[in-house]
Ligand binder design. Structure first.
Ligand SMILES: [Zn+2]
Length: 332
């Protein structure tokens, strides 16, 4: 029988294409499967319970956050609602980071369609949902800043951002993209209005803690000038006790602040105010007698701090940084 070479050629190329496509499919599923094997088994059992409790067992915040990300993505992919997940945040160890992880998961499962992520969470999500979207967009499309800015503009005016922390979200994005405190704070500094600048810097420093931890942060603040220096110290001294809140021991609750003596200029040190808030969250009233253990020169700062707890979400007043530092950070 005469072999028709053209037919053989067609059959062979069809077979090769099929084998190639099959290997791609299997390879992808093996990859995805390997990554999620542990999560899948556990999440199958526990989707109706608090699926995040296994993450809360991690003492290190970065590991806890990585776990939240994995569980949230799996839960959303398997039909869990945003509201259902948001309800679990209050009983988790790090509600804020958990909300980050939900925002990230929604962006991924929406195929990076920014319009969809807003619709999916029109009124039910806190700003942290948008922090997670900023982080993930920075991973997905670091060069497409304008699309992210346009997305923010669909739900809040950057000229009047008080309601939705728009510049704060941009700050998260700047640091997530640039991985550089210098560059990111400089971008915030390009904003004229001081309140916008502060909100942006707040997002930058928050993201710095998430990505790099507290190491060397105060040293970095020391090299800046003007309102950037003022914002850097003020915001980081407020945020780091909240970041390290798990490590606060009640037999020496002020240790974190006391350890930072000399690293933060007194007028810009919000550590004691922040500790007072963190402890309040643990249902303990700050005790002014604790300030007896504090060095003389810091005692007033300690007393006034414990009397005026300051949370993550408090907006800074016009006095931040203050004229004492020669920097007026308020535009009014
Ligand atoms: Zn956040």
């Amino acid at each position: 029988m005469k072999i028709r070479w053209e037919v053989v050629l067609v059959v062979v190329s069809v077979l090769l294409t099929l084998i190639f496509l099959l290997s791609l499919f299997l390879g992808r599923n093996l990859l995805v499967g390997n990554k999620n094997i542990a999560t899948k088994n556990e999440a199958n059992v526990a989707l109706s319970q608090n699926i995040y409790s296994k993450c809360d067992k991690f003492n290190e915040k970065d590991k806890r956050f990585a776990c939240y990300k994995e569980v949230s993505l799996y839960a959303i992919e398997n039909g869990k609602s945003i509201l259902g997940l948001m309800e679990l945040t209050n009983s988790s160890k790090s509600p804020h980071l958990l909300e980050h992880s939900i925002g990230r998961a929604i962006l991924i499962t929406a195929n990076y369609d920014l319009k969809k992520v807003r619709v999916k969470c029109a009124s039910s999500c806190s700003p942290a949902y948008y922090h997670g979207i900023a982080e993930e967009w920075a991973v997905y499309a670091p060069k497409r800043l304008n699309e992210f800015k346009d997305f923010l503009l669909t739900y809040c005016s950057l000229d009047n951002p008080k309601t939705e922390w728009c510049h704060h979200n941009i700050g998260h994005f700047y640091l997530a993209v640039n991985k550089s405190l210098d560059k990111s704070l400089a971008l915030c500094d390009a904003l004229d209005a001081d309140n916008n600048f502060l909100e942006c810097s707040y997002g930058v420093i928050h993201e710095q803690l998430i990505q790099f931890g507290i190491t060397n942060l105060f040293n970095m603040c020391s090299k800046y000038d003007g309102r950037v220096k003022s914002a850097c110290y003020t915001i980081s001294s407020r945020l780091f006790p909240q970041w390290l809140s798990d490590t606060i021991k009640m037999d020496d609750p002020l240790k974190i602040c006391n350890d930072s003596y000399g690293q933060i200029p007194e007028k810009l040190n919000h550590c004691y105010r922040s500790i007072a808030w963190v402890i309040g969250q643990k249902n303990v009233s700050p005790n002014l007698e604790w300030c007896q253990s504090v060095r003389d020169e810091y005692r007033n700062l300690c007393v006034s701090g414990l009397k005026n707890p300051e949370s993550f979400w408090d907006i800074f007043g016009c006095s931040i940084g203050g004229e004492d530092e020669g920097v007026n950070t308020c535009s009014q």
